[in-house]
Design a protein around this ligand. Structure first.
Ligand code: NAD
Length: 349
């Protein structure tokens, strides 16, 4: 058996905490990659894994990603992530969430959680009963701290797409710019709406037919087949569904000048960033362009929340992307590599 220290994704994590609560059935791992900039913040995922080591690998990759994302967003937060190892039926009980809350509380603020795949804002309310180190709580008032991060993420991605169109196409507006969007859920649907308001030409695809029809009508978009969306001739491809969609084959088949979207972990394997760069396609590093949700969640946790502060920080996303692209061109190095280097410098690695 490989020890955690020897795993390829270990990357000198400050801590990896394993929790088991037999009474409730909770089994969880919390990875704390870095607290260099502040408490390690990142959501907790509720997922059924094939085995324990798959869960540990997932937490290690995700928590390092949060260190990079929070640092590049300019937040005084480090990076961490939790995973709960669900059973096959993915049964989640209030007792399990209470045990998770106690586990997080036992870390004394070293780790701050929020929702991730399989967790809702209602689950955060349960966790909040045990610890104050949680954000992403529901709110009725849109001007108050908390709430769904999706619309914030959509705004940040929209601003990033505009910056990319300006940088690569010299376009000051999105009027007539053709964007192919994969996934029109919370983030992609919001991006489609904002782009449509600026006159962009849209092609969309989503596995959810009802959602596709709703967004197509609202945004005046053409609907493409699921296996067509990554080969559509357009100015921009915007992935907002799954990760690992940029593979050797899909990169070769892209017919766009720019890839800019909110999906996490878009590159399938190391080396894909170089392939994209070699094809001359401008890439917006995922954890930079999709950071607006964590900006809202992070400021909620840090307190003294104001909506204008959130919006000001989101407005920095296109500036940061432009800085990355300029450096990428000057050094003839893929944007994803430049972004990683900048993030590592910020977290002192
Ligand atoms: P969501 O579940 O609301 O939307 C995802 C959409 O993708 C759904 O409509 C789904 O039907 C569709 N989809 C799934 N598989 C597809 C496929 N093969 N082809 C086309 N469409 C497909 O999720 P979301 O919150 O909008 O998140 C989208 C992506 O953005 C995810 O990768 C997520 O990790 C990332 N992200 C989200 C946030 C946020 O604030 N919600 C923040 C950062 C990153």
């Amino acid at each position: 058996m490989t020890a955690i220290w020897d795993l390829p994704d270990y990357d000198a994590h400050e801590a990896v905490h394993l929790f088991e609560d037999r009474e409730s059935g909770l089994k969880a791992v919390i990875g704390v990659h870095s607290t260099h900039l502040g408490p390690a913040a990142g959501g907790t995922r509720f997922w059924h894994y094939a085995d324990n080591s798959a869960a540990i690998t997932d937490v290690l990759r995700l928590s390092r990603g949060m260190s990079y994302k929070n640092a590049m967003a300019g937040l005084p937060l480090g990076g961490g992530k939790g995973v709960v190892l669900a059973d096959e039926a993915r049964i989640k009980t209030p007792e399990m969430l209470a045990a998770l809350g106690r586990a997080i509380e036992s870390l004394g603020g070293q780790y701050v959680t929020a929702e991730d795949v399989g967790m809702s804002d209602g689950d955060m309310v349960e966790i909040r009963k045990q610890t104050r180190h949680v954000a992403g709580l529901p709110t009725e008032d849109p001007a108050k701290a908390g709430g769904d991060p999706g619309p914030f993420t959509a705004r940040g991605v929209f601003l990033g797409i505009k910056a990319a169109a300006k940088f690569r196409l010299g376009s000051e507006t999105m009027d007539g710019v053709h964007v192919a969007i994969q996934g029109v859920g919370s983030v992609g649907g919001g991006v489609a709406e904002l782009l449509a308001k600026e006159g962009a030409k849209l092609t969309i695809a989503d596995i959810d037919d009802a959602r596709t029809a709703e967004i197509a009508e609202m945004a005046g978009a053409r609907v493409a087949a699921l296996d067509e969306i990554m080969t559509v001739k357009a100015d921009i491809f915007s992935p907002n569904a799954l990760g690992a969609i940029l593979t050797k084959d899909s990169i070769a088949a892209l017919d766009v000048a720019i890839v800019a979207g909110g999906a996490n972990n878009q590159m399938a394997r190391p080396g894909d960033e170089q392939r994209l760069f070699d094809r001359g396609i401008l890439y917006a590093p995922d954890y930079v362009i999709n950071a607006a949700g964590i900006i809202n969640v992070g400021l909620e946790y840090l307190g003294d929340y104001s909506r204008s502060d959130v919006m000001e920080r989101i407005a920095i996303i296109p500036e940061r992307l432009t800085e990355i692209w300029q450096q990428s061109e000057a050094e003839k190095t893929p944007a994803a590599i430049i972004a990683d280097r900048m993030a590592q410098q910020l977290i002192g690695r």
